[in-house]
Ligand binder design. Structure first.
Ligand code: PMP
Length: 371
């Protein structure tokens, strides 16, 4: 039984990525900036990984800058905007966007009752605020709600405003071949089977302003420091593997889980339930008991779940999405997030539902929840 249901926090290294990392580390560990033949080969391999990533996401390779992950990409983007710039960001962005944007003039885009940004709202706010940049994530990390980023990208193009999407949770889970329509794209390898500490930022084609880590001339002078080619190779390989499996993903297993849960916990609120969502994610408000009680008792039974987003875990009432939807502080304490992965089976989902029922009985009896 595989009880890991926290893939939106991080994923295990995919076997194809592990193999790619080992191969790259053994054969092409040389510094791509050095001048001898082996270094030249490493440099060629790196550029070929960039080309492959570009073709997966529908963006020209020269637009891609490799980074240490989504947090760096988001920070880099906002750091390069003028201090006085007005930026529109959605109310449900990840902390790495919210906090990075804070040093600029931020106007929040509200979400509707399904936790989704409406394109018309963006249009109205662009007319009212004249922003330098609009940032709306592709898929939300907590609820899994898909945001209409393609439509918003088109509106921004029409209005001559730059558009950024944080696609950390979309990549590897859904077709990413149109992401290149956005001016800026953020990605993080460990969300789709790559290693931690590796990601990318896509920039507009003619963008001369970014040079966000100073030092050597790597990444076209935009991000100095020796490139982590093995991690980059593993990331691109993982995304290729995930992309080739996209036709096999199904939300049925998740929906069956919710039906089983509802049979036991009648008033179960699933956030963004009527919106299109990632096939792997359920964010729900449990009918009773604090989320940490659920989490620890499920953990003792071998299941890993989350109380919202890992980046704000440990903080009571930390769900950005449920807060944006106007939940009461009491409800916020009952939020749990389940997120499956490519290796999760129907049996794993059933075992998780059974464990929830067991824990509920245990909590209602006032038990301490021993295994
Ligand atoms: N953006 C989103 C939407 C995320 O889900 C995450 C990870 N929780 C990040 C950014 C940050 O990614 P990383 O920790 O890899 O920098």
């Amino acid at each position: 039984m595989n009880g890991y249901f926290d893939h939106n926090a991080t994923t295990p290294l995919h076997p194809t990525a592990r193999e790619a990392w080992l191969r790259a580390s053994e054969k092409h560990w040389h510094n791509p900036s050095s001048l001898y033949r082996d270094a030249g080969i490493a440099s060629q391999q790196l550029e070929s990984a960039r080309e492959r990533l570009g073709s997966l996401i529908g963006a020209e390779a020269e637009r891609i800058v490799f980074t240490s992950g989504a947090t760096e990409s988001n920070n880099a983007l906002f750091a390069t905007l003028p201090r006085e710039a007005v930026v529109l960001i959605s109310a449900i962005e990840h902390p790495s966007v919210r906090e990075a944007a804070r040093s600029r003039s931020v106007v929040e885009i509200p979400v509707n009752a399904d936790g989704v940004v409406e394109p018309d709202t963006v249009k109205t706010l662009i007319a009212a605020e004249n922003p330098a940049l609009v940032s709306v994530m592709a898929a939300n990390n907590e609820s899994g709600a898909l945001q209409p980023w393609r439509e918003i990208a088109a509106i921004c193009r029409e209005q001559g405003v730059l558009f950024h999407t944080d696609a950390a949770q979309w990549l590897g889970k859904l077709d990413s071949s149109h992401l290149g329509e956005c001016d800026f794209i953020t990605g993080s390898a460990h969300k789709f089977g790559g290693t931690k500490g590796c990601g990318f930022l896509v920039l507009p084609k003619e963008d001369s302003r970014l040079g966000f880590i100073r030092g050597g001339p790597q990444e076209n002078g935009r991000r100095a420091g020796t490139e982590n080619y093995p991690a980059i190779e593993a990331m691109v390989t993982a995304l290729e593997t995930m992309t080739s499996h996209l036709d096999k993903v199904q939300s049925q297993l998740r929906d069956d889980f919710v039906s089983t849960m509802r049979a036991h916990f009648a008033p179960l609120r699933v956030i963004s339930e009527s919106a299109p969502r990632l096939w792997n994610t359920v964010l729900m408000v449990m009918p009773a008991h604090d989320n940490l009680k659920w989490l620890t008792r499920l953990s003792r039974r071998g299941f890993s779940i989350s109380t919202g987003s890992a980046c704000s875990s440990g903080k009571e009432g930390s769900s950005v999405v449920v807060t944006a939807l106007g939940a009461s502080p009491e409800e916020l304490k009952r939020v749990v997030r389940i997120s499956s992965g490519w290796e999760t089976t129907a049996e794993d989902w059933q075992a998780l539902a059974a464990a929830f029922v067991e824990v509920f009985d245990d909590l209602n009896r006032g038990g301490r929840g021993t295994v």
